[in-house]
Design a protein around this ligand. Sequence first.
Ligand SMILES: [Zn+2]
Length: 241
Amino acid sequence: MSTPDISAELKKLVELQELDKRIFDLKQKKEEVPVLLERLQKAFEDKKANYKSLESNLQKMQLKQKEKEGDLGAKEEGIKKSQSQLGVLKTNKEYQAKLAEIESLKADKSVIEEEILRLMDEIETAKKALDEEKKVLAGEEKVYNEEKRAVEEQAKDTDASLQAEEGKRQIAAAGIDKKILQAYEHILHGRGGVALVQVSNNSCEGCHMRVPHQVINEIKMYNRLITCENCNRILYLEEGE
Ligand SMILES: [Zn+2]
């Protein structure tokens, strides 16, 4: 095996790094998709919960109305029963007592009637609010479905781009010396998708630390790959630097 031409290999790595940066960004974008979808769904579920709570309040009020109507019926029965007993009472005292009992039942009845009327008002208001919320929710659902579809469409585009970039990468990588490629890829996986960085104004563009003159001279010799002493990325110089 002949020793690779480091200068030529670095030029190929620059091209590869461009592709890897794009691939890294596309993969990040791809990973965000389920998070975005979940966030959209959760926001919509919260809006649905508001509707559900209005609905359950209405049901509670309707149940209470039924209870009160039951109580009203019982009072009416009691009044009828007491009135039917009036005719068979022997003494005036008993008669007066029964009349007082009927009056008391009638007073109870009118309190219950008022409560029912108040409940009916509240139920009507609650029904209107629920109808309004239903319309709002239908609008929210439409927006949610549109946003979801947009995210899914974008995810498809991202997948297609990723596939295209990975195809280009395969071709680019095939032309690089195996050992150099291995060294590059080893750094790539641990460094956020950036394994190769330029030295400009005597500093590493990966970590912004100063690169000593000694190291810059070593890069210029093109004997081997030179890495940053701080971030460990492979360093290269633009022509003319
Ligand atoms: Zn560095």
